[in-house]
Design a protein around this ligand. Sequence first.
Ligand code: GDP
Ligand code: MG
Length: 835
Amino acid sequence: MLLLSETEAGKRVIIKRVNGRSSFRRRISEMGFVTGKEVLVLKNAPFRDPIEYQIMGYNISLRRSEAALIEVVEKEEAGELQQQYNGTLTFDKKIIRDLKPIKELKVALVGNPNAGKTSIFNAISGKQEHVGNYSGVTIDAKKTKIHYQQYVIELTDLPGTYSLSPNSPDELYVRDHLLKMHPDVVVNVVDSSNLERNLYLTTQLIDMDIQVVLALNMYDELEKNGDVLNVDQFSKITGIPAVTTVGSKRRGCDRLLNKVIEVAENRDPNQRHVHINYGPELERSINIIQKKIWEASNYVREFSSRYFALRLLDDDSHTKENIQYLQNADSVIKTADKERAHLENLLHENAQTLITNARYGFVNGALKETLKRKSQPDQRSVSQKIDQLLTHKYLGFPFFLLFLWIMFHGTFTLGQYPADWIETGVGWLGELVGSLIKEGPVKDLVIDGIFGGVGGVLVFLPNIVILFFFISLMEDTGYMARVAFIMDKLMHLIGLHGKSFIPLIMGFGCNVPAIMSTRTLENRGDRLLTILIIPFMSCSARLPVYILIAGAIFPDNAGTIIFSMYLGGIVISILTAVFLKKTMFRAKEAPFVMELPPYRVPTLRSTIRHMWSKAKEYLKKMGGVILWASIIVWFLSYFPRTNEQIAVLENNLIVVENQIMAGDLECEVNHHEIQPIDSLVALQSNLITAIHHEQQYNSYLGRMGRFIEPVIRPIGFDWKIGVSLLSGIIAKEIVISTLGVLYADDESGSELSLRSAIQEQTYTHGKLTGQKIYSKPTTLAFLVFVLIYIPCIAVIAAIRKETGKWKWALFNITYATTLAWLLSFLVSKVAGLFF
Ligand code: GDP
Ligand code: MG
């Protein structure tokens, strides 16, 4: 066997075959290295890398390791080869110039013991190798060559194995065969009556990124059991072309060979490389190790770096040897060891088990969607029993709604107590600090700006932490994966897949990581669509607004109202998806397997870590952007202090105060009343309030508010709500801190909590002056507006980054804000009919 890497300079050779995994072959064939082509070796000095070739008139250099994957024959030999295969090969000096390939295929049979590999081997070869009910006694591969269509197929029957983690010599043998002999197509023979177990090996083949055809053998058994498998759907979602066979009766063998050829020629539409999703923590580690591998300049794409990373996480000593050729092998291994320790420490589980569980999750998910069992086997695992209930056709959905409701109710009610303590604490601290500072702008800044703004948001820390507790509970137990499953049917109706639902649920926490997590979606259209609807998922920054506003106006039904907000967000995102699908994204969605990993009892440690990190983030946000925004909002609402109208009011105030003083004096001197003092005092207090309102109204912020007020007035919002919404674009919590600043110290002297300040707010201008702003309809409209309108700038930036285009970010801004206005308007009008 002559390899291109070993061919001397100056020689002309013909490419016989290209080895290596499919992505390597694809790339190299795009460069022109395909069977039958002539290559001239330009420069090939020993130990020199890369080597230079000429192919089809182009000069191309290849790494030595890459060239070693290309088998060639000398030009003179080509004629002999043709004779050897006696006409099956169209290999001729004249035809070489016409680039006719030699059609030769290496095919290997792998599968569990007793899956029927040897039966199929015999059926295809016409030989009589021993079939039997025992697993490999001798580690040996039987080979045969057959002619089929225009191909010479070299078929190898490998020993039976349950996995490719080299626990036994058999497994190591099979794996080495796959990695070193480079079969063009691997036929994975499985026992269809026991798919759960048999498909485990298939997941490992998927990870190796080699071309696989699945022989669903013993299909007679499956049918006898009365089960029904949707073979086509199975192939679609796993990316593995499949054929049903009955090896013992030689049924299906021709279809199997046809499929093998189709796959070898890349003609099967279902054939696709999928990534088994190992869950966020493992995926993160895999990615880190992969990056380390890519750092090596001599990394050969012959092997999948993802596969290596997984094997290293699995602590596989053979893989450690296999990657020794990498320049940075040591640091790759060190990185993998570190990641493994990190995972085991975080998840309290052996890395091997974690990987195995995820693989079974993939298998379960694939079967759940495609296999209808008639008989339920008795020995179901606990996970499967729970799944029967939680992913039940009819019960699954109500269960999910119930969980959501518990989550939001719990967030609201449980959070209330610590929130009250924080509120009291902040109020007390504010008074203490206030008493230490002299009257004047500095005191106003500290009390109204900082305590009013940041304090108002800080109160919601417990709620946020509780929300994240529930979300991490859903993730860690494995329920999140089931949610994707339950929602799949529904998601298909809107042209998306259940898998898109996980980023949506994550959006409840924060939209930014949710948008980034859409990277797990393969299809670009799916991904874009999912990104565009994520902002309608109520993130945790919107929660404080709901809690504050709903809690103030609907104290008895706040939990339900908040829950409806979340639900409403889901509905809007669904409708948006339908709308976009009908108009802009007509492409078909790519099918997926939704992994159903076994349920796990979450560890307290990882849950607490999760909560703590969220709490830390929240506090950081508080000390950073919210603090600054509060200060800026305060400045803008505090200055300028005066104008003509205010001056008039202030003069009046002085007059009244003088009268009060004079009255007091006169009363003392003459011992009788000239004017009722009470009405003067009332006048005084009214004037103070009027000045305060006028000052806010006249401030820079007030002017901005007045500018936008005409737009939002139809919904019932005044300018203060307007500017709070405007500043909320920085971060949604700032809606609250702005209201906190604006409502602080409204009635001079009286210390109102933000909640009662909201209840007391009245219009200060226009024809509704004096009426309460937060009527029930307006409050609902406000909540709806906060739910829908522009997400915060971080989300806009994330959309821009992940879609690569400003267009989509701008689309989101316009669409969301227009929709927010229309729906709020509608809600305020409709609710007006009821309240
Ligand atoms: P291997 O260990 O994978 O090579 O499996 P064998 O080819 O030795 O087959 C194991 C047993 O299963 C033998 O008794 C076969 O006759 C039987 N067998 C193979 N294929 C089928 C099939 O499609 N249906 C049924 N019912 N039995 C089969
Ligand atoms: Mg056998």
